[in-house]
Design a binder for this molecule. Structure first.
Ligand SMILES: [Zn+2]
Length: 290
C-alpha cells in the first residue's frame, strides 16, 4: 500500500509510476556540475535519476489525481534514451496499489502538458487515443493549452498532441484561468516560469495551523536540490520568473510550515522548510518513498 498523509478532510495518497533520467546539466541550468553531482550522481550518459510522482487526493466525494507521468506507450529506443523504468501500465498499476480503478478518478489536474506529466492522461484503444480516466474532468490553464497547440522550436519536443488533444475531443478538458479552486481547498497556482500556464497544486485542510497546507510543486521546484534559489532548470522558458515564483512560494511555505511535495525527487517526496543554510533548510522530511 502506498503511503498516505492526512490533511482533513483530505487523504493524500503518494503514488509513483516509475523512474526515468534526464540530462543533469539541463536539470540544473547554469549551475556547474561540481555543485550538483554529489546530491544527484550522473550516469554514463550524464543523466540523473528522477521519480515520476503523483498525488491522489481523496475526500468530499472526489478522487483527484495530480499529473499522469510518462504513460506506457514508449518504444525501446525512447525507453533507453530516458532510462525509463516502469511497469507496463504504469499509472493504472500505481492506482491499483492504492485500491482504485481508473473509473474512480473524478478529476485530473495536469500541472502542465509536457510528456512526463501528461503522458498517462490518455491510453490507446485499438488505433484511437482516448482519455485514460473516462469519468474524470481534466484541468489545464489557458496559456499552457495555447502553447501546447503552438509550441516554439525550443519546446516542441516536450509536447505530444496524443497526450492531450483526445481530452478535448471527448469533452473531458476544462481550461482554467490561474488561481482557480476546483474544490473548496484545492487551488491551482498559476505561473509562467517553467512553461506558460504551469500550475502548482495547493491543498488546504479545514483545520488551520502547521502542516494543514500542502503544495505539489510540479516543475517549478522539481527536486529538493532545486530548493536553492539559483538552481533553475535549463528547460525553463523564463528562469527569472521561476526565481520570483520560488521566492514568493518558499517564503510563505517557511512562514506557515507548509508541506512541499516534489514531482521528480528520487529520494524525498516532501519536506518542510525554514529560513537558514543556503536560502532555506529542510526541517522535516516526509521520508517514505512509496
Ligand atoms: Zn516540465
Amino acid at each position: 500500500m502506498p503511503e498516505t498523509l492526512s490533511i482533513p478532510p483530505w487523504t493524500i495518497h503518494l503514488l509513483e509510476s516509475g523512474r526515468f533520467g534526464l540530462d543533469g546539466g539541463a536539470m540544473f541550468g547554469s549551475v556547474p556540475k561540481a555543485l550538483w553531482e554529489r546530491s544527484n550522481p550522473a550516469d554514463e550518459a550524464n543523466r540523473i535519476e528522477l521519480a515520476l510522482r503523483h498525488l491522489l487526493i481523496e475526500g468530499e466525494g472526489r478522487l483527484i489525481l495530480v499529473d499522469t507521468g510518462m504513460g506506457g506507450q514508449w518504444a525501446e529506443k525512447q525507453r533507453d534514451m530516458f532510462a525509463l523504468r516502469q511497469p507496463e501500465n504504469p499509472l493504472q498499476t500505481a492506482l491499483a496499489a492504492a485500491g482504485f480503478g481508473p473509473e474512480a478518478v473524478t478529476d485530473v489536474i495536469l500541472t502542465h502538458l509536457h510528456f512526463d506529466h501528461a503522458g498517462g492522461a490518455t491510453i490507446k484503444e485499438g488505433d484511437e487515443w482516448v482519455p485514460a480516466f473516462p469519468q474524470a474532468t481534466y484541468y489545464t490553464q489557458q496559456a499552457q493549452w495555447d502553447l501546447a497547440n503552438n509550441p516554439s522550436p525550443k519546446d516542441r519536443a516536450s509536447f505530444i498532441p496524443d497526450n492531450f488533444m483526445p481530452l478535448q475531443r471527448h469533452g473531458r478538458l476544462e481550461i482554467l484561468p490561474a488561481g482557480e479552486e476546483i474544490a473548496p481547498g484545492i487551488q491551482l497556482l498559476g505561473g509562467n516560469g517553467h512553461t506558460d500556464g504551469h500550475q502548482m497544486v495547493k491543498i488546504s485542510g479545514s483545520e488551520k495551523g502547521a502542516g494543514s497546507t500542502l503544495v505539489f510543486l510540479g516543475d517549478t521546484i522539481p527536486t529538493t536540490a532545486h530548493l536553492r534559489l539559483p538552481f533553475i532548470m535549463g528547460y525553463d522558458l523564463r528562469p527569472l520568473e521561476t526565481l520570483r515564483e520560488k521566492q514568493a512560494l518558499l517564503a510563505q511555505a517557511a512562514e506557515e510550515e507548509w508541506w512541499l511535495f516534489f514531482d521528480h525527487d528520487p529520494q524525498v517526496p516532501g519536506v518542510k522548510i525554514a529560513p537558514g543554510g543556503k536560502d532555506y533548510q529542510i526541517i522535516q522530511r516526509y521520508d517514505s518513498v512509496p
